[in-house]
Design a protein around this ligand. Structure first.
Ligand code: NAG
Ligand code: NAG
Ligand code: NAG
Ligand code: NAG
Ligand code: NAG
Ligand code: NAG
Ligand code: NAG
Ligand code: CA
Length: 584
């Protein structure tokens, strides 16, 4: 094997050195970050059935002294060097093209890890920003564009061949195939790039730990993999997964139509703030965080907000967020209180059967936010229906027929969604036996004040896994077994994949991947998830997070206990008696 190194770092000399049986771990980045070396590191033809890698599409450049910006969920890093690699592949019998993108740390920074990264919304990728997370942990990391036409494209660019004609290949790619193919290719590329495979000359025969990290759509992608490919990852960090249809996003507008009142967003925000203040102490500690939204559900009635003032300055929202809002002030009306109470009560059809998840007082209500019509000087419904239109109505339109829309229509759409797209889009398969038997670990987290995807969505799935995998065991025994390898943490006061502006003094898990890696590689099963208070008088203090179903409760001495509360189980795992098949 002859590998030509190109630019020798620092000297600008072009060398043509034949290196035979290169031991990548002892090589410098400049030696191995070349097109030829990467070509030779690609999986062999036929490695993934039906996938044809395009050798000529490879683009490679070495990057030195790169800084990874810190985010809420990881600490960032400086001085990273890596090989930046892109290439594409097509599926046999098609003209499609899927782009893959990998960051491969320089050999001295590589820590025998591979990381698949997930997307957000209906995109499969967070681009360079998402990829760079792997550099913090010495992991080769990968991302895919899903085959939707490039790094700036999402599913909407590919899902319709024409209005009314869905592209099921694109849907399956999005559902699970694209992440799977990227992961299989990425793991093999990593083994060959660092020559750790165990068969090559001078290979180090080292185990490469493989991970997944994603939140929201990314969380769904991770679940889609561990449910289908039990041996693909050693461990997965799953945040607030969008694992089922999102018809519940229409609850707010339909409730508002029923009450016949479309409140300014500011008015609902006041009600949420009142609920947070009223429920703060229910967890035993007054700190600006309503850590027990389950208790708040029983405690706070929005009629208590009637007459309270609201006052917001103008908000410059984008068209997709409903457009700009003017400055507004007023007092909370009985109709707005009724809207909030109905949303908190739950989502039921006209026969009184529960059909979907919902949120509790103290959790913001983004999906109930209206738009402002400057012509009529009034607030109008703003249903977040674009995605649902694409899937259920099979057309690209922002019009939404709220006039004909009821809770029963929502039930129809939920059922249609399951029938038409349960495969491949849902990621709620409750049996993870193969993943568990392979030693897999899951660290699943969800903001308890997530207004976009209610935390209840995750508690329902977690309980379904428990019941499916340990049918013969009692509640406590089955949770004990499950927690050996799969933990769910509800982060008090936190929002959707991020902290929450409404409860900024909450603690947030600042290094989720470290917790996951410590578990997978060091066998440190996190009894509580390490988290740090973000602001307020306790800023910087450790305040770790209880694992579900245990609930936080502060003692009068100021000690955080994690307690079992049967009522919280009922609140967070309600029976979906309005859906005629099990909801996992
Ligand atoms: C493997 O490593 C040994 C020790 O460094 C070296 O002598 C040998 O040439 C290497 N083999 C190949 C094929 O590079
Ligand atoms: C790689 O380098 C280390 C020290 O830096 C040395 O101990 C080891 O033998 C080298 N391995 C090969 C295969 O050259
Ligand atoms: C690396 O980048 C940092 C800033 O991020 C800079 O201060 C430092 O001088 C750089 N080092 C080298 C060797 O370029
Ligand atoms: C990585 O490669 C892509 C595609 O060639 C390029 O667009 C991007 O700017 C590169 N990133 C860095 C950090 O070099
Ligand atoms: C809230 O309070 C009103 C007025 O006291 C009452 O009619 C209503 O039933 C209460 N709602 C809930 C959900 O407790
Ligand atoms: C709303 O707040 C602004 C800025 O804080 C203040 O100037 C204004 O007087 C308030 N309006 C009402 C009606 O309270
Ligand atoms: C389960 O454990 C909790 C304490 O962790 C206890 O209060 C409860 O009674 C137990 N339930 C059963 C059915 O054993
Ligand atoms: Ca509190």
């Amino acid at each position: 094997m002859f590998i030509r190194s190109t630019l020798l770092a620092g000297f600008g000399l072009v060398m043509a050195t034949p290196i035979s049986g290169l031991c990548a771990r002892n090589s410098s980045l400049s030696t191995i970050c070349t097109t030829e070396y990467v070509q030779n590191s690609l999986p062999a033809v036929g490695f993934v059935k039906g996938v044809n890698l395009d050798q000529s599409s490879i683009s490679v450049n070495a990057v030195y002294n790169y800084s990874v910006p810190a985010t809420y969920t990881h600490p960032g890093a400086v001085g990273r060097s890596f090989c930046n690699v892109t290439f594409s592949y097509s599926h046999a019998g098609t003209n499609d093209k899927t782009n893959l993108w990998f960051f491969l740390p320089s050999p001295d920074q590589f820590q025998n890890r591979y990381l698949s990264t997930g997307g957000a919304s209906i995109s499969m990728t967070l681009g360079e920003w998402g990829l760079s997370v792997g550099l913090v942990y010495g992991a080769a990391s990968g991302t895919t564009d899903g085959g939707f036409g490039g790094w700036d494209k999402d599913l909407s660019a590919a899902i319709l061949r024409a209005n009314g004609v869905l592209n099921y290949d694109a849907m399956a790619a999005y559902g699970y195939k694209a992440i799977h193919e990227m992961s299989v290719i990425g793991k093999e590329l990593t083994r060959k790039f660092y020559n750790t495979g165990g068969s090559g000359l001078n290979s180090t025969n080292t185990k490469i730990y493989s991970y997944f990290n994603g939140c929201s759509e990314g969380g769904r992608e991770g679940l889609s993999q561990i449910q289908r490919y039990g041996t693909q990852f050693d461990a997965a960090a799953i945040g607030a997964p969008a694992m089922r249809e999102v018809v519940h996003w229409l609850q707010g507008p339909v409730v508002e139509k029923t009450v016949n009142y479309f409140p300014p967003p500011c008015e609902l925000q006041r009600i949420t703030a009142d609920a947070v203040a009223a429920c703060d102490s229910l967890d035993g500690k007054i700190d600006g965080v309503a850590a027990r939204s389950d208790l708040c559900k029983h405690f706070y009635n929005a009629t208590n907000s009637i007459g309270n003032t609201y006052n917001c300055s103008a908000v410059d929202r984008s068209f997709f967020q409903g457009g700009p809002l003017p400055a507004v002030s007023g007092t909370v009306s009985p109709a707005a209180a009724e809207v909030a109470n109905q949303i908190w009560k739950g989502l039921f059809d006209s026969k009184g059967r529960r059909i979907s998840v919902n949120n509790f007082p103290s959790v913001p209500l983004p999906n109930a936010e209206t738009a402002y019509n400057p012509v009529t000087n009034s607030y109008v419904p703003f249903p977040n229906g674009a995605l649902l239109n694409l899937l259920v109505r099979e057309e690209y339109t922002f019009d939404f027929p709220l006039e004909d829309f009821t809770f029963d229509t929502m039930r129809d759409w939920i059922i249609q969604g399951k029938q038409k797209f349960g495969y491949p889009l849902e990621a709620a398969w409750p049996d993870l036996e193969k993943f568990r038997d392979n030693g897999g670990k899951v660290l699943h987290w969800h903001g308890e004040a997530d207004g976009v995807i209610p935390a209840m969505s995750s508690t329902i799935y977690y309980d379904a896994v428990r019941k499916t995998m340990y049918p013969g065991l009692g509640l406590n025994e089955s949770y004990a077994e499950l927690k050996d390898w799969y933990k769910l943490f509800l982060v008090p006061g936190a929002g959707h994949c991020d902290p929450n502006v409404e409860q900024p003094t909450g603690a947030f898990p600042r290094d989720i991947l470290k917790s996951l890696i410590d578990w997978a590689e060091g066998d440190v099963n996190p009894e509580r998830l390490p988290a740090t208070v973000l602001s307020g008088p306790e800023q910087g203090e450790r305040q770790d997070i209880c694992s579900w179903p245990l609930r936080p409760l502060w003692s009068s001495a100021g000690e955080l206990k994690c307690v079992f509360d049967e009522d919280a189980m009922e609140v967070f795992v309600p029976s979906m008696d309005g859906i005629p098949v099990p909801v996992y």
